[in-house]
Design a protein around this ligand. Structure first.
Ligand code: MLC
Ligand code: AMP
Length: 513
């Protein structure tokens, strides 16, 4: 594959008529392809004017807006590295990311400028700009003084395009380094695999600080020159009301669950749609089946990670590697994507027998370069022959479909967001009176899975579970907060003294039934 800046690959796919609509928003704004080209040029020129070293990190914590997407594209265009941050992160979390990534530029919401700029300047960041979700803020004010023409920076496949922080099973988050080559190869391959059509229109309903909304959705539409209907926040009624104008929808399972609760979801309403894609968390077979019955569409489930972008997908038409197998099978994540090698291994490093369960390992042009400034951690996660250990546990059936049956990493996926119990337990264990805690994931009808904190106290001390939740809320992003907290006399342990989380999961599985 040729070396090319990812931005250039995306821009090359813009339609010839640049005055056509590229993005239409739920608050009545419309952006043409020319607007996107000009706006990204102006922001890229602003970044150039700052004289930053190449591949500087641009850390961004802003509400969803088309201008936030423009900032992402402009960062690629100028040859820097985009570092998106969940808007739910609080000051302690932001302090860690900024301290670890050492961004040259931080862009935050105007309402957070006070505390974010303090953290950023203390960490040595040179520039802090603001960007509101209503086209306000210093970033656009400064960019307005720059030319709307810009020559994109030359970037090679191996050069960094983005760093995505993903929490670790132990300790703090790790920054997964994704390159221009990782993302361009994945985007081009998905364009073909999902058979993007000339007149496709994507409903963009996801946040844009994670792989799903930022890369799979945005790259997917742009690299096909397809219009996006842009929802600033997911609203099931609004999303369904847009189906007659659109063809493609991407969501985490919670979005499908919420749309199924709407009476307006009917076959007639979904008749114009071509493709519904789900990923980031397991899609329950009940949701898959009910969606089929209500809309006549079979959801295409796919599987990916921050470290790898997309890895597997159910078919969209005929895959020549699997002749005749066009069925989208609920409960599976489909076939390894073209170019991805996927294998299932035993703990001792041997391949499992066909159809057996083991650890999923992957290799391909989409697999990330490593964790930012963590060479030991990177080395640990790769095998000697260059496969990345996903931490997911699964199997491949005799027809080639991959099923994920669990995770070897201690991780809860709640509404499509990852929550690492080790992080939450660390905060709880530091609270006065707490001797130890275990945070487990249990089924939840809306979020799929949510956390429950099980606590033992120091002898003779009383701990109020509501107080524990309140203290966590003050420090951590809201989606990480356990939805239930219980104080118990003891935690179940194995002979080695290790807490048996499987027993706790069993005990509390009915908490939200
Ligand atoms: C919100 N809340 C959550 C939550 N989202 N709790 C658990 N899990 C979540 N995901 C809580 C809030 O803390 C709050 O609680 C209450 O729910 C309402 O908050 P809200 O902000 O109004 O929620 P809402 O807007 O309805 O958000 C729900 C959601 C959102 C499902 C729309 O979580 C979402 O957009 N999820 C998508 C995540 C995503 O894009 N993942 C892709 C990762 S990429 P309280 O107590 O404060 O009131 C990846 C790779 C791949 O995994 O393969 O794609
Ligand atoms: P993240 O680190 O946020 O990128 O999350 C990646 C993880 O999400 C994967 O390692 C899987 O555990 C999970 N995941 C993504 N897609 C699916 C899916 N379709 N089914 C089950 N789990 C998924």
């Amino acid at each position: 594959m040729s070396n090319q800046n990812l931005f250039v690959a995306l821009r090359d796919a813009f339609p010839a008529d640049l005055d056509r609509t590229a993005v239409e928003t739920d608050n009545g704004l419309s952006y043409s392809w020319r607007d996107l080209d000009r706006a990204t040029a102006m922001v890229a020129n602003l970044l150039d004017s700052l004289d930053l070293p190449p591949a500087s990190r641009i850390a961004v914590q802003v509400e969803k807006s088309v201008e936030a997407m423009v900032l992402y594209l402009a960062t690629l265009r100028a040859g820097h590295v985009f570092l998106p941050l969940n808007t739910a992160y609080q000051s302690g979390e932001i302090e860690y990311f900024i301290g670890n990534a050492e961004p040259a530029v931080v862009v935050c919401s105007p309402k957070n400028h006070g505390w974010v700029s303090k953290i950023a300047f203390t960490a040595g960041t040179q520039y802090v700009f603001t960007l509101g979700d209503d086209r306000t803020g210093s970033l656009l004010e400064r960019a307005a003084h720059h030319s709307d023409r810009h020559t994109p920076a030359v970037r090679k496949d191996d050069d960094l395009a983005a760093i995505l922080y993903t929490s670790g099973t132990t300790g703090r988050s790790k920054g997964a380094m994704l390159t221009h080559g990782n993302m361009r190869s994945n985007a081009l391959m998905l364009r073909d695999y999902w058979q993007w059509q000339k007149d496709d229109v994507l409903i963009h309903a996801l946040p844009i600080f994670h792989v799903h909304g930022l890369f799979v959705a945005i790259h997917g539409a742009l690299i096909n020159g397809s219009k996006m209907i842009w929802l600033s926040k997911f609203d099931p009624k609004l999303a369904i009301s847009k189906f007659p104008e659109a063809t493609v929808f991407m969501g985490v399972p919670t979005l499908y669950v919420r749309m199924l609760a709407e009476p307006s979801l009917t076959k007639a309403q979904a008749a114009h749609m071509r493709l519904f894609i789900s990923g980031s968390a397991p899609l329950l077979i009940e949701t898959f089946t009910e969606w089929q019955q209500r809309t006549g569409h079979t959801i295409l489930e796919r599987y990916g990670m921050s470290e790898t972008v997309m890895l597997t997908s159910n078919p969209c038409g005929e895959d020549p590697r699997y002749p005749g197998q066009t069925e989208r099978r609920g409960g599976t994540v489909g076939f390894p994507l073209p170019g991805v090698t996927l294998r299932v291994m035993e703990d001792d490093g041997k391949a499992v027998a066909p159809g057996e369960i083991g650890g999923i390992q992957v290799k391909g042009p989409n697999v990330f370069k490593g964790y930012w400034r963590m060479p030991e951690k990177t080395a640990e996660e790769f095998t000697a022959d260059g496969f990345f250990r996903t931490g997911d546990v699964g199997k491949v059936d005799d027809r080639g479909y991959v099923t994920i049956v669990g995770r070897s990493k201690d991780l809860i996926i709640s509404g499509g967001y990852n929550v690492y119990p080790a992080e939450i337990e660390g905060y709880i264990n530091d609270m006065p009176g707490v001797a130890e805690s275990a945070v487990i994931g249990v089924p939840h009808p809306d979020f799929g899975e949510v956390g429950v904190a099980v606590i033992i106290t120091k002898p003779g001390v009383t701990v109020d579970p509501d107080q524990v939740i309140a203290e966590l809320k003050a420090k951590l992003a809201n989606f990480k907060i356990p939805k239930r907290c219980v104080v118990v006399a003891e935690l179940p342990r194995n002979t080695m003294g290790k807490v048996q989380k499987n027993l706790l999961r069993e005990q509390y599985k009915g908490s939200f039934a």
